[in-house]
Design a protein around this ligand. Structure first.
Ligand SMILES: C[S@@+](CC[C@H](N)C(=O)[O-])C[C@H]1O[C@@H](n2cnc3c(N)ncnc32)[C@H](O)[C@@H]1O
Length: 279
């Protein structure tokens, strides 16, 4: 997808923080409108990932879903972290929101995919599932097999279960405003609505598709809506360090943010055991 379809950084004025699901009531500058979000969503739904035999690679961002347990490990989430309102940005069809909500936590997920209905999302998952699994099998040396994922069959089962949790939860979660259609770098959410914003397997992973400028605008936007932002992984597809990481860290620091690259217990892409925390 062209991730620049939903462009435009945000500097809107603060509105009352209302925690979970707080959406902006006013806007000072033109923001992503419904049709832009729908266009972005159509792009996500219409993508046809390309198979590259030499290294794990996808031309486009695909819907894919990890579990709550994987989020806990990727983002080093402890009990204190889980007590604050959490934004999952680019959560797609993962099980994080469904499983966290069941456990009593406060999570809102935002993703352009959520402009679609559950049947369309399910169809899209079915379309990409074999491609992603074939990529993984063909490039299995790029991954750490053991914990948390034993082998490709276990990966398929784990992802299927997580995405099933999402699909079952999505209709009610949408009605409850726990799933909101929206796209970085311009979120229709109030300043400081969340204690923590998590972004898993979108920024940095798709460094070929997302420019450094869009990374910076997106991360600053997440910092606008949350007290702390965590991003995982810091590798791009092919298990290489993101080509944008150094310049993005430098620019965020120059803009006054405190950045920390932290080792975490989760490693599935080889050497992909680092998380970025930004305040
Ligand atoms: C590979 S999936 C990751 C899903 C989930 N976070 C996980 O780790 O299992 C990438 C997600 O990024 C979403 N996405 C694409 N463009 C986006 C944008 N501009 N802003 C936020 N999310 C976006 C896609 O719709 C997709 O659901």
């Amino acid at each position: 997808m062209s991730t620049t379809e939903a462009s435009g950084a945000s500097t809107a004025a603060p509105v009352a923080n209302s925690g979970q699901g707080a959406q902006r009531e006013t806007a000072e500058r033109p923001r992503t409108n419904r049709s832009q979000v729908a266009n972005t969503c159509q792009s996500v739904l219409a993508l046809t990932p390309t198979f590259h035999p030499m290294a794990y690679d996808l031309d486009e961002v695909v819907p894919w879903g990890r579990s709550f347990a994987e989020y806990q490990a990727m983002f080093d989430l402890n009990d204190t972290d889980l007590q604050v309102p959490i934004l999952g940005c680019g959560d797609g069809p993962d099980g994080f929101n469904a499983e966290a909500t069941k456990a009593g936590h406060s999570v809102v997920s935002i993703d352009p995919l959520y402009a679609s209905d559950v049947k369309s999302i399910e169809r899209r998952i079915d379309q990409v599932f074999d491609t992603v699994m074939n990529q993984t099998r063909a490039n299995s040396d790029e991954f750490v097999w053991g914990t948390p994922i034993r082998n490709p069959d276990h990966l398929a089962a784990t992802r299927t279960t997580a995405m099933q949790h999402f699909l079952e939860d999505f209709p009610k979660g949408s009605a409850d405003s726990r799933y909101i259609a929206g796209a970085l770098p311009d979120l229709d959410l109030a300043d400081g609505s969340f204690g923590l914003a998590l972004c898993s397997h979108y920024l940095f992973l798709y460094s070929k598709q997302i420019s450094p400028e869009e990374h910076i605008a997106s991360l600053r936007e997440l910092c606008r809506v949350a007290e702390e932002v965590r991003v995982f992984p810091l590798l791009e597809l092919g298990s290489r360090p993101s080509r944008h990481l150094t310049s993005v860290l430098r620019k965020l620091t120059a803009a006054g943010h405190a950045v920390e690259v932290r080792l975490v217990s989760y490693e599935f892409q080889k050497r992909g055991n680092q998380m970025l925390a930004i305040r």
